[in-house]
Ligand binder design. Structure first.
Ligand code: NAP
Length: 251
């Protein structure tokens, strides 16, 4: 029986991915900081899923959970999905929260990959996946640290994809556009091409199965964003026309 460990699997895309793999008969481990959310959202699926109370910004906690899951269940696939976003856009960043974002969104991925690789390299098999974002392709106004952490995750995965080939380990970066989850439900800005979480999870699972290096979706929106990332930055700045952007909270 195959096994997957998903960080941040209590709500949103992580939860939908967990349910997808459960429906395929996989053993699933999910972690998060809130056991209640897990109990509510997995009340019908308790048999093949284990919950670990873990803050991914805590290297030791996360390492212990992944090692424990691997020892008792196995570890074919690891999905580093846990992440946090901004509640509102600001020109001057909230630096305390930005540091937290680096710890959760980027270091959380590194800690998970570090532990998974210590298991997968000796075995000579495995697949690592991280959820980046289309926000990682361009420095977006108002969400500086979020863009930066997602760019870091994307480049980290690209590098590791090349480095891990010789160990027979696949590495995939997923770059979603806007997906309807608790993370985006408080957003006041427009969210073009908003997709529901079960559909996003299906697309992500298909990209994982195909062992893609990078998968960005939805197609039209992500293509537009990738074209923007190729423009000279003076053109990008003009197109973004930052004076007209609305910030729900100015600081
Ligand atoms: N929704 C979008 O439009 C969108 C677009 C692009 C990328 N993404 C990325 O997709 C990933 C999943 O987000 P989502 O939209 O599904 O949001 P979500 O519903 O808020 O899910 C986030 C998950 O991460 C967990 N989490 C947050 N901080 C954590 C921490 N310090 N330690 C452990 N678990 C933590 C949460 O669980 P607990 O609350 O139980 O800790 C939750 O299970 C994130 O990396 C996000 O940046 C989202």
């Amino acid at each position: 029986m195959k096994s997957v460990f998903i960080t941040g699997g209590t709500t949103g895309m992580g939860m939908e991915l967990a349910k997808h793999y459960l429906s395929l008969g996989w053993k699933v481990g999910v972690c998060g900081r809130d056991r209640l959310k897990f109990e509510e959202n997995f009340s019908l699926h308790r048999d093949n899923v284990d919950f670990y109370l873990v803050d991914v910004a805590n290297r030791e906690e996360l390492q212990k959970a992944i090692l424990n899951f691997s020892k008792t269940i196995g570890l074919d696939l690891l999905i580093a999905n846990a992440g946090i976003g901004y509640k509102s856009k600001t020109r001057v960043p909230d630096f305390e929260y930005s540091y937290k974002m680096v710890h959760v969104n980027f270091l959380g991925v590194m800690y998970a990959f570090e532990t998974a690789l210590s298991i997968m390299i000796p075995r000579g098999t495995g697949h690592l996946v991280a959820i980046s974002s289309i926000a990682g392709y361009n420095g977006l106004p108002g969400v500086s640290a979020y863009s930066a952490t997602k760019a870091a995750v994307l480049k980290y995965c690209e590098s590791l994809n090349l480095d891990m080939k010789q160990f027979n380990i696949d590495v995939t970066a997923i770059c979603p556009g806007f997906v309807d989850t608790p993370l985006t439900q408080g957003n006041h800005h427009p969210m073009p091409f908003l997709m529901n979480a079960p559909k996003a999870a299906k697309l992500i699972a298909r990209a994982i199965q195909k062992k893609k290096m990078v998968y960005a979706f939805p197609f039209f929106f992500s293509t537009l964003v990738r074209i923007l990332s190729m423009l000279p930055r003076t053109c990008y700045r003009r197109l973004m026309n930052i004076k007209t952007l609305n910030y729900s909270k100015e600081s």
